[in-house]
Design a protein around this ligand. Sequence first.
Ligand SMILES: Nc1ncnc2c1ncn2[C@@H]1O[C@H](COP(=O)(O)OP(=O)(O)OP(=O)(O)O)[C@@H](O)[C@H]1O
Ligand SMILES: [Mg+2]
Length: 182
Amino acid sequence: MKELSLHILDIVQNSVKAGASEIEIDINEDILKNLLEIDITDNGCGMSEEFLKTVKDPFSTTRTTRKVGMGISLFEAAAVQCGGYLEIESEQGNGTSLKVFFEYDNIDRAPLGNMAETMITVIMGAPDINYVYKHRKAGKEFVFVADDIKNALGGVPIDSPEILNWVKEYISEGLENAGINM
Ligand SMILES: Nc1ncnc2c1ncn2[C@@H]1O[C@H](COP(=O)(O)OP(=O)(O)OP(=O)(O)O)[C@@H](O)[C@H]1O
Ligand SMILES: [Mg+2]
């Protein structure tokens, strides 16, 4: 079973390719409602209404290297196999928002995976983007804003090895302190 964080990486990759300068990843673990929701929103180029209609189809891609684009289809399949679903809204020139819902306690739901690792992986891939990561669980919240860290760094690149290591610890500890155990 593929960890959900690996799907998040794929979807963030789409936003990077779409030229986004800000990408927000919102995770909400609502145990009372038995719901896990993952939202990924970007301010990239967006999609035409026409393209959006068929985007969930595996043969819908603007890739030139191959004819199959699986990122969205695979994430949707992971949700559907445990009673969930995936929604996409997109507006050309404005950006895209993808929301994925999972039945929290479904035995076929993949584990979330390591979000601290995921965040440093996306930062390494495209360090200039302002990543916003919000994670809520049982009334607690952890928020990470890459631009806040960059401002505090006063010119030291966020993707230097020491800083990335610090970011990883910061996110792991932040989640732990908020009672959001991975
Ligand atoms: N955030 C986004 N902004 C703009 N276009 C997008 C976005 N996400 C997906 N798309 C469009 O939808 C297509 C399908 O995306 P999907 O992730 O399913 O496959 P892919 O990225 O083409 O290939 P793969 O994910 O397998 O590498 C993309 O080729 C792109 O044209
Ligand atoms: Mg993709």
